[in-house]
Design a protein around this ligand. Structure first.
Ligand code: GAL
Length: 431
């Protein structure tokens, strides 16, 4: 880890020295500063995506001091961020996403980058959903990087060809396909039992079973009606059902290991955000040739999203010019297309060119572009609710997944009790 970040720092400085990443026409960069950036991108493709951003920073005269904290979905990074801020040692830049941006902004700690956003007319370039995500009380407090699609089904082409199968589009087809593999002794589904990965599969099943309005009613509004809805029971039953298609359902593996399992043909399908595509590509597997990318069955028209963003800590404003320059830079069309092609996500810009994307990205971008009605904020990736509620729901879903003795009805009761508790704790106290 340490060595890795030292090497990265060196390579960025070397680039600066050699002028390889300097601005065109030999003009001096506008600022010269070093920014610490805290994030959770540690897989091969994620590190490459970070390199793209570090090069972009270097071109603007900024040294990117890398602070990568391992842990899928940012669980480790969140803890490190909190303790660093409490210790008075906040990084200059941090990856925080979704509703956690507002949680930090509420404390008055984030730099407002309204001028950057206004000068480049971000409101006009961005999808409205993304524009909303980066604002807190009408101030822009985050720079958007890319949009991930969480309801993506990857499948191993070689295995699908061998069994003459096509990507399943509905739950019935999904079951049929999985059973073909199971009967042939092939694990139909690659899946880790890490809590966030289990919950990600579950929210896919909720979306597949109930559609966008139901997913929102459950995870954004946490309505009593949604908890009582038979579709929740169906989603829970399906989460139990898929266990039989997984080789080692209790195995907790980081997500890149699960992607490798699919790539090597040790499992036929994988439900995962499209950062898995970045990872497959980085390992030399070609989209559509070696693996297929489709929507999670029964969610074809919908986009379960996670938007990656960088926020800046204001501190004493000493780094403001560099922080603003970085924010400006990552939103440029060139940086957007280079970064997202590596990361597996798609551009946050409405003026991006889908013709230049691969089929997987094009489907994601055009689906997202259809607007609010098809867009679904991901629970696991903090787009739907606050951090504490998200953690509690994820833990409850995981408990049910792991323990076959808990019935779907009992799991639903536990979720109902949890939702009631969250509602009480969210009620403002009047004096
Ligand atoms: C998400 C994030 C992605 C990817 C993923 C796995 O929260 O949006 O960029 O890092 O976690 O860790």
């Amino acid at each position: 880890m340490l060595l890795d970040s030292v090497v990265r720092r060196m390579s960025v400085s070397l680039l600066l020295l050699s002028g390889a990443a300097g601005p065109a026409c030999g003009a001096p960069p506008a600022t010269t500063d070093a920014l610490q950036v805290l994030h959770w991108w540690t897989s091969v493709s994620e590190r490459r995506a970070v390199d793209v951003l570090a090069h972009q920073a270097a071109a603007a005269g900024i040294e990117w001091k890398d602070g990568a904290i391992p842990g899928g979905a940012g669980l480790g990074a969140g803890k490190v961020l909190r303790s660093r801020v409490l210790a008075g040692d906040a990084p200059e830049v941090t990856q925080i996403i979704g509703l956690s941006i507002g949680e930090w902004a509420e404390l008055g700690l984030l730099l407002e980058i309204d001028d950057v956003a206004a000068a480049a007319n971000w409101s006009r370039s961005l999808f409205p959903t993304v524009d909303k995500l980066i604002r807190y009380r009408d101030h822009v407090v985050a720079a958007p990087l890319g949009i991930h699609r969480v309801n993506t089904l990857f499948y191993n082409r070689r295995l699908f060809d061998r069994f003459k199968l096509q990507a399943p589009r509905s739950w019935a087809e999904f079951e049929r396909t999985a059973e073909v593999f199971r009967n042939a002794g092939v694990a139909a589904l690659a899946q880790s039992s890490e809590p966030w990965q289990v919950a990600a599969l579950f929210e896919n099943l909720v979306l597949a079973t109930g559609g966008p309005a139901f997913h929102r009613a459950l995870f954004v509004e946490r309505s009593a009606a949604a908890i009582g809805d038979p579709r929740l029971l169906t989603a829970l039953q399906r989460l139990r059902r898929v266990k039989r298609w997984i080789a080692a359902p209790a195995d907790e593996r980081p997500w890149p290991a699960v992607v490798t399992q699919l790539a090597q043909g040790d499992a036929a399908m994988l439900v995962m955000g499209d950062w898995a595509k970045g990872e497959l590509n980085a390992a030399g597997h070609v989209t559509e040739r070696d693996f297929g990318c489709a929507a999670m069955p029964d969610t074809g028209p919908y986009h379960l999203y996670s938007v990656d963003t960088l926020s800046m800590f204001a501190k004493d404003y000493a780094h403001r010019p560099a922080q603003e320059a970085l924010a400006r830079r990552v939103m440029t069309p060139a940086a957007q297309s280079e970064y997202n092609a590596v990361k597996g996500s798609v551009s946050v810009r409405r003026d991006a060119d889908p013709a230049r994307m691969d089929a997987c990205a094009r489907a994601s971008w055009t689906t997202f572009a259809a607007g609010d009605a098809v867009q679904v904020p991901s629970l696991v990736h903090r787009m739907a609710t606050d951090e504490a509620s998200k953690d509690a729901i994820v833990a409850e879903v995981h408990r049910y997944y792991i323990d076959d003795a808990v019935t779907p009805e009992a799991a639903r009761e536990r979720l109902a009790a949890l939702f009631r508790a969250l509602r009480v704790s969210a009620t403002p106290v009047h004096h």
